[in-house]
Design a protein around this ligand. Structure first.
Ligand code: GLU
Length: 475
């Protein structure tokens, strides 16, 4: 059997992390079994579906690296097939035209609620005679599926185990609206059958739809796929993950400076485990993923863990993997990186990465490298840019200026700094802090020699001169 899984998003907004996790599991399951993963855009709800949301789905999946080999399917391009299948169901007596007026349906619902019954279509048009049909012939109608009246639908969910629904609980659901457009549960069943989906992996908010879809599949004489309903994702506070939690969608996670590798790793652990391992590269996931080790209780996406994973990948991935994300964020921040004194991005990144958990943090902590203008932290200026440091700062300028162009490296700078300290009988911070405030604006920076090296001789000298001017201006 060729394994075929699908991800079937409705393009109505951002790609939520819960949906991305579903896509990932469907993708991994197919990959692991040398099967095929399909993307199906469920865009039949014309009012809620947008082109922008379709683009977000593609961008998000591409960014995460969850891509299918075959082009995506669009349900809106498959209306002929749905019409054909509706006809088939009408002909084999598995569906019927329902002429009930809105008023009748409203009254029915009202009476059922009054009698404390579950509101449900009463099958009024299920067995209309030919005469009744003739009488209604000019009226508009919907098409309903003839759900079995007896028995139950049982399926073995690969995450939740045995699930059973009594057919009495299920409605004769509408499969085509009055304007003849097909409805959700019907199109899903037709497509799962037509695309020969063997494994339906989706969120557990769809469990209630499954018996309806299974009944339709039976009526279509199609094979019933396996179902795996994944648990919901919660935020740190134990509530359903939503925009309130910050990174609730793939794109908002990217905006916050997370790497795709870290997000994928966090997602795969939401409901799946492999021993007590936490770190999984995409290749490892593809090799190890299975549905046997999925969990049916809700999974928590911990911000702390996501940050930990991101930091791990920031430190361990080769720079080529990180660079596109840095460039993306630099351009979002309108930072041009072709300035004359711009340090090598990779060298800068290597110096900063220990202390940054996100790409945003890297960029924020590196602003004084990217810009000719620095923001001074007033407290640091007060404390370290003082008159008794002027001579020292001038000495630093002169010694830095004397470094030969081809000697411009961290080691030389380190030796020079140490010799100034020794000469003046100082402690390291006595020199490092005033210099740091001059060249970065505050007392937070990587080691002083690396900072000087990365900024370049001209900028360092100019900034220390500016610092001296600040001191002189104070008095
Ligand atoms: N289109 C549905 C959704 O976005 C998913 C349908 C399915 O996976 O069966 O919720």
């Amino acid at each position: 059997m060729v394994i075929r899984s699908r991800f079937a998003p409705s393009p109505t907004g951002d790609l939520h992390l819960g949906s991305a996790r579903t896509a990932l599991f469907a993708y991994l399951y197919a990959k692991k079994h040398n099967g095929e993963y399909i993307l199906r855009i469920e865009d039949t709800d014309k009012e809620r579906s947008t082109d922008a949301a379709i683009e977000v789905i593609f961008d998000s999946l591409k960014w995460l690296g969850i891509e299918s080999k075959v082009p995506a399917f669009y349900q809106t391009k498959r209306f002929d097939l749905y019409a054909h299948k509706i006809q088939e169901l009408l002909e084999n007596n598995s569906a019927y035209k329902c002429y009930c007026s809105k008023e009748r349906l409203e009254k029915l619902r009202h009476d059922q609620l009054e009698n404390k019954e579950k509101p449900k279509y009463d099958g009024h048009c299920r067995n209309l005679s030919q005469e009744d049909i003739l009488e209604h012939k000019d009226k508009s109608y919907v098409i309903r599926f003839k759900n079995p009246l007896e028995g139950s639908v049982k399926f073995n969910d690969l995450v939740h185990g045995d699930i059973e629904f009594n057919n009495k609980e299920l409605d004769d659901l509408i499969i085509a609206r009055a304007d003849s457009t097909p409805t959700y549960n019907f199109t899903v069943a037709v497509d799962d059958a037509d695309m020969q989906i063997t494994h339906v992996i989706r969120g557990d908010d769809h469990i209630n739809n499954t018996p309806r879809q299974i009944n339709i599949l039976h009526a279509l004489k199609a094979k019933i796929p396996y179902y795996a309903h994944m648990p919901m994702i919660l935020g740190d506070d134990g509530k359903k993950l939503s925009k309130r939690h910050g990174a609730a969608s793939v794109m908002s996670s990217r905006e916050q400076g997370f790497l795709p590798e870290a997000l994928l790793n966090a997602l795969v652990r939401l409901g799946w485990s492999h021993g007590d391992e936490e770190i999984f590269s995409k290749e490892q996931m593809e090799e190890l993923f299975d549905l046997d080790h999925t969990n049916k209780s809700a999974a928590i996406l911990s911000t702390e863990k996501l940050l930990w994973l991101n930091h791990y990948y920031m430190k361990s991935l080769p720079f080529q993997k990180i660079e596109p994300e840095i460039l993306y964020h630099l351009s979002k921040n309108n930072i041009l990186i072709k300035q004359p004194f711009f340090p090598q991005l990779e060298e800068l990144y290597n110096v900063q990465k220990e202390k940054c958990k996100t790409i945003n943090e890297f960029i924020n902590n590196s602003k004084y490298f990217f810009s000719e203008f620095i923001e001074y932290d007033q407290k640091s200026v007060e404390k370290f840019l003082t008159a008794d440091n002027v001579n020292l700062l001038e000495e630093v300028i002169s010694d830095i200026d004397n470094i030969d162009e081809n000697q411009w490296n961290v080691d030389t700078i380190n030796v020079i700094i140490k010799s100034i300290i020794k000469r003046n009988n100082l402690k390291f911070p006595n020199l490092a802090q005033p210099v740091r405030v001059c060249i970065t604006g505050s007392t937070n920076s990587p080691s002083i020699d690396a900072t000087i090296y990365l900024l370049g001789k001209n900028r360092v000298i100019k900034r220390i001169k500016d610092g001296i001017q600040i001191i002189l201006g104070k008095n």
